[in-house]
Design a protein around this ligand. Sequence first.
Ligand code: CO8
Length: 263
Amino acid sequence: MNNVVVKTEWVKSWSENGVGWVQLNHENKLNPLSAGFILAIKEAAEKFDRDTSIGCIVLTGSEKAFAAGADLKEMVKLNYSSVSESRYIENGWLDIPKIQTPIIAGVKGYALGGGCELAMMCDIIIASENAKFGQPEINIGAIPGAGGSQRLTRSIGKSKAMLAVLTGDMISANDAENCGLVAKVFKDSEYEISLKEIATKIANQSKPLAKLAKQAVNVAYETTLEEGIRSERALFYSTFALDDHVEGMEAFSEKRKPNWKNK
Ligand code: CO8
């Protein structure tokens, strides 16, 4: 696992109306996540995170899959010492949650194993009605390894997460929406336009305010309620230091749309 080649050719990226699109575009439309592929995904997302014209990033996959998990053809060759010594999961995977720009996972088809974990690292999951989520690692001699047992439990609760992790069964898009894993499910015919509308709406918010809001929600994931409320209050106070706070207040008083300065 040393000398991993970054597979940039498997990632398509473009920007439109302040949205940075990162499409997983492996020649196998199931998008198996090899070490070089995840590094390319991370690099494309980080490039948009550094781009001040981008206010929202969207990760998407193919018609068939967001990603059907870790690349099992790569994984079959690995052993305990090669995964631990090469830091198999630390490289790339752990950088996705550090992205400061709001990031959406747009899921069509399968989001399984590492694919479900990658989607859960994003801030919002929007799905097409054919999407299927799951942590099927138990069926192939493993358990979730990139946060699945932790993020799924926080997202849908212990009992449902246990059911998914212990049976390996898939969760339909509608069930995923009902239990809060997915924010919205759209009919296949409406999915792309709706995903674009949501991403564009977020991209056109004040960028510093959106980043503070994202930070505030994420604190709820990681700390106690008391600590989270303290942190939210400090972030709320800090909004008063932004030109966009003044602009938002003035626009409300003048009954017009705010003209964000992004500072
Ligand atoms: N990795 C590599 N190749 C895959 C994968 C995969 N995850 N999934 C499917 N393929 C390959 C198949 O081997 C097949 O290849 P070939 O044509 O050479 O035989 C091709 O893709 C098409 O697959 P299927 O014929 O199986 O397609 P179906 O449409 O019939 O089924 C499924 C689609 C249901 C997605 C099925 O392929 C499947 O169950 N795949 C495995 C899903 C899985 O177990 N995912 C979890 C993997 S483990 C994991 O993600 C651990 C994460 C830990 C952290 C990440 C560290 C990197």
